[in-house]
Design a protein around this ligand. Structure first.
Ligand code: NAD
Ligand code: MG
Length: 383
């Protein structure tokens, strides 16, 4: 039985991963669960899955649970706890589904311990793609994509020679504000932003989907996962979210992966190592979904996509800075302290103050991330 450590088990991906585990209990076991502060949900998950260990990274939440919990799971606290569970010898696979840069250090530790990684946390590859892919090669770990677009590309690439690929085409729903002009985006509320038309996800990625930052992060993620230059990674808006991405081949053929907008399929494909057992959830009905449509992204109304391409092409630490500045700008937007349209302004301002250099050590990357966060906070306060 494959023993999985789920980092971020109380989040949108983590909860859906536990549904996948529950559907395949004979094959998948839960070795460890971790969360930041949702001790009530974590406690319920411990009762259902009885992992050997669990981690809370918020101290008050850890103390709350530790003071009442009487079950068999060992409770751990903080980053040390995360590092302990991801390197435990009983763990075969780590699902990296913490949100944001906080997922980087435990993912790196898991790779250094030789674990395969099912990767939902795209920020890890954006901030530290060179380091993470090099370590994965050195420690012979697989990086299994969980992000639906990257899972789709991975599925389309099965059985295909690398030199037959022309381009990767990432699909984007366009988010809740597709079709709006820049001036119409001026008074966007947090509530409107959190209403994604097709996907139910955590708050940070939902805002990123509305600004198209998410697609920018995914372009950089695809660059590292599939080792292709940026001019061979395109984005096409597909509002129905049925085609999850496509590969264009040199002979002119295109392959697409279709499915309902449901993360359980890509999670299952990664956790079960590309096998396709019958799933208990609803299947796609093409006649019910009717038309599939496509359009070009509006790069003027949604500048985060172009900023991500620029950061990716410049390389070095610029994608890390793009990510850090975006995380802070989104945090400020969600707290009601920054208008939606200022998110790209903050990111562009911080990027313009940065010098690009290659940082491949984890502490250098953490230093750059911290610098960019400070600059982004200053910039948010001025706006
Ligand atoms: P979420 O906000 O729903 O959940 C985040 C999880 O991480 C929670 O369990 C939370 O307790 C934990 N966490 C938050 N901050 C932490 C910290 N500082 N230290 C340790 N743990 C912390 O997020 P989500 O939507 O599940 O997204 C998780 C990751 O997966 C993100 O990187 C996102 O981009 C990616 N992803 C999500 C989806 C989706 O459908 N939700 C799809 C593709 C990729
Ligand atoms: Mg995605």
């Amino acid at each position: 039985m494959k023993q999985v450590a789920i980092l971020g088990s109380t989040g949108s991906i983590g909860r859906q991963a536990l549904e996948v585990v529950a559907a395949h209990r004979g094959e998948l076991g839960v070795a460890a669960l971790t969360c930041h502060s949702n001790d009530a949900l974590l406690e319920a998950q411990l009762a259902s899955f009885q992992p050997a260990a669990a981690v809370l990274t918020d101290y008050a939440a850890y103390q709350r649970l530790a003071s009442r919990y009487k079950g068999p799971t060992k409770l751990l606290y903080g980053e040390d706890g995360l590092l302990e569970v991801v390197t435990d010898q009983t763990v075969n696979l780590v699902l990296s589904s913490i949100v944001g840069f906080a997922g980087l250090r435990p993912t790196v530790a898991a790779i250094q311990a030789g674990k395969d990684i099912a990767l939902a946390n795209k920020e890890t590859l954006v901030a530290a793609g060179a380091l993470v892919t090099r370590l994965a090669r050195e420690h012979q770990c697989q990086l299994l994509p969980v992000d639906s677009e990257h899972s789709a590309l991975w599925q389309c690439l099965q059985g295909e020679a690398a030199d037959s690929v022309d381009k990767l085409l990432l699909t984007a729903s366009g988010g809740p504000f597709r079709g709006k002009t820049r001036s119409e985006l001026a008074d966007i509320s947090v509530e409107a932003c959190l209403q994604h038309p097709n996907w139910s996800m955590g708050r940070k990625i939902t805002v990123d989907s509305a600004s198209l930052a998410n697609k920018g992060l995914e372009v950089i993620e695809a660059h590292w996962l599939f080792n292709l230059p940026y001019d061979r990674i395109d984005v096409v808006v597909h509002p129905e979210s049925i085609i999850h991405s496509l590969v264009a081949f040199r002979d002119g053929a295109m392959k697409a992966q279709l499915g309902r907008p449901d993360m359980r399929l890509p999670i299952q494909y990664a956790l079960l190592d590309k096998r396709r057992p019958e799933s208990p959830w609803e299947q796609l009905d093409l006649t019910a979904c009717g038309k599939l449509t496509f359009e070009a992204p509006d790069r003027e109304a949604f500048p985060m996509l172009e900023l991500a391409y620029q950061a990716g092409r410049s390389g070095g630490v610029l994608p890390c800075i793009f990510n850090a500045a975006n995380e802070i700008a989104v945090e400020c937007f969600l707290a009601g302290r920054l208008p939606f349209l200022s998110i790209p302004v903050v990111v562009e301002t911080v990027l313009s103050q940065a010098q690009s250099f290659k940082a491949e050590a984890l502490d250098e990357i953490e230093f750059v991330d911290a610098w960019a966060r400070t600059k982004a906070r200053e910039c948010c306060e001025r706006r």
